[in-house]
Write a protein that binds this ligand. Structure first.
Ligand code: HEC
Length: 474
């Protein structure tokens, strides 16, 4: 029986090898598509350092014209039909195992280099559909006919700036001393990703981690210098948008969750990947490091909250109960108490719960041992949770049938301090001001609401993007 299976497998394997080889043999004559074959290689290996916001060697590879033209050397990067004269090929061809480009990284594979060379030989044609051209960069920021969906709001640690995720960009608003006064748009950080899922200040406030991507095509983690509004890193992350970027407490690492069920972390200085784990069985939607930075917690659509050891990249435990039936709906958000290894998590069932990160007793079937406390739940799906800077309060916001709600409670006893319905819009992100009794919340309708927790009401409500004014017809 076993033998017949392996025989069958061998035959199937052989068949698949020949089937795969045949079209390859034709491929030398078949036209190579820039859009489908060459561009993805450049996107993954080159565009991080060669885009409008970050131009290594003054060379921008995200627009077709500049990709051909080349950079500071003055040499044409690509001469259509002439591989030998194309400087780009010289740069990517390895000499004794290493190539000039991608800089400080392993060279492209032989197959990738051959594909690019064949495309150049065939005339280096641009077959990018008009709808897929890069339209926006720092000099050409997005134009908004209507306010964009806002997936993320975050105050800088000194409370002076509010980072707001827009379309293709993060908007930096300066906070007025009096929160009822208008904020001021002081920066627009336009990168390659269309969709921004999270924009989070580093613990010292000097940098901003931005994650997102182009849905179904590419994921990206960006690191920006806040004062200079300069892109420091653009790291390609898989083939779909990524979520929940968060900093380790020392500011050394940034974690993200991915739609391919993996959790990754990168060195915030070099961009090097330092952590990989695939323990989730569905999208990973949010991440947070422990107080010492040696452990990482994630939540995802598979309804679970997972704990890992950073140094070994190993899965340690499921923090919530994994008993079938104990879980209701995916978990969307997690945050950690600023001083203790206690995490607040929430999701589709509307409940908001705080857990101990580490189990100090063996798991019993059916228990939810790590649960510390449940807070007042919200109508609909909870999309975001946050601790205040002191850890004394928690906040959560939700979305249901086009409306939303915000809740603030005391951490110690779950006493509700604020419950506010926002019927006009589902709310996707909530965050505390570090010093004032204020939370910011935003979501579907693209308006940022500043809510005074003590007064229990909205004190400021604004659209963070410049709206295109439609010329009045006469
Ligand atoms: C980690 C950053 C980084 C990555 C990734 C990278 N480059 Fe570069 N590239 C640079 C920098 C910086 C320069 C300027 C020269 C230098 O410092 O070596 C440069 C210069 C170049 C130049 C010369 C431009 C000119 O006219 O002077 C070419 C061509 C080039 N890169 C192609 C590529 C290609 C193709 C890839 C992907 C396969 C790639 N680079 C990936 C950073 C990078």
């Amino acid at each position: 029986m076993l033998r017949s299976i392996s025989c069958f497998l061998a035959v199937a394997l052989l068949a698949s090898v020949t089937a795969a080889e045949e079209p390859m043999a034709d491929a030398t004559d078949a036209p190579v598509s820039y859009f489908k074959q060459v561009r993805p290689i450049l996107q993954t290996h080159c565009q991080g350092c060669h885009q409008p916001a970050k131009q290594g060697g003054e060379y921008v590879m995200t627009a077709f014209e500049t990709l051909i033209k080349g950079g500071e050397s003055g040499d044409a990067a690509i001469v259509p039909g002439d591989v030998a004269k194309s400087y780009l090929i010289e740069q990517i061809t390895p000499q004794e195992g290493s190539a000039s480009m991608p800089k400080d990284k392993p060279p492209l594979t032989e197959g990738e280099i051959k594909l690019i060379a064949t495309w150049i030989e065939q005339g280096a044609k641009d077959d990018t559909p008009a709808s897929n051209r890069e339209l926006f960069d720092m000099e050409h920021p997005p134009v908004y006919p209507a306010a964009p969906v806002i997936n993320s709001v975050d105050f800088s640690p000194d409370g002076k700036l509010l980072a707001i995720a827009g379309y293709h960009e993060v908007l930096l608003h300066e906070m007025p001393e009096d929160a009822t006064q208008p904020t001021k748009l002081v920066g627009r950080l336009v990168g390659l990703s269309e969709r921004i899922e999270a924009a989070t200040f580093s613990p010292d406030g000097t940098k901003l981690a931005v994650c997102g991507g182009k849905p179904g095509r590419s994921g990206e983690l960006q690191v920006w210098n806040v004062a200079e509004k300069k892109l420091l890193l653009s790291i390609p992350v898989g083939y779909d948008t990524c979520y929940g970027a968060n900093w380790s407490p020392s500011g050394k690492l940034i974690s993200v969750g991915c739609a391919d069920n993996t959790t990754l972390a990168f060195d915030a200085e070099t961009g090097e990947q330092t952590f990989f784990n695939g323990a989730h069985s569905d999208w990973v939607l949010d991440t947070v490091f422990g107080v010492k930075g040696d452990h990482l917690v994630t939540v995802g659509r598979d309804m679970s909250m997972k704990l890992y050891e950073v140094a070994t990249q190993r899965f340690v435990d499921n923090i919530t109960s994994i008993t079938p039936g104990a879980l209701k709906g995916g978990l969307n958000a997690v945050d950690r108490h600023p001083l203790r290894d206690e995490v607040l998590a929430a999701g589709s069932d509307g409940s908001v719960k705080m857990y101990k990160m580490y189990r100090d007793k063996a798991r019993q079937i059916g228990d939810d041992f790590n649960l510390i406390r449940a807070f007042p739940s919200l109508p609909g799906r909870v999309m975001s949770v946050a601790f205040s800077a002191s850890g004394e309060q928690v906040a959560a916001c939700s979305s249901l049938d086009g409306g939303g709600a915000v809740m603030v409670a005391q951490t110690a006893d779950a006493k509700q301090l604020l419950k506010l319905d926002v019927p006009e819009s589902g709310l996707y992100s909530v965050t505390f001001h570090p010093t004032l009794p204020l939370v910011a919340a935003a979501g579907f309708d693209g308006r940022v609401r500043l809510i005074d927790v003590a007064a229990g009401k909205i004190v400021n409500d604004f659209v963070p993007v410049p709206l295109q004014t439609v010329a009045a017809t006469q």
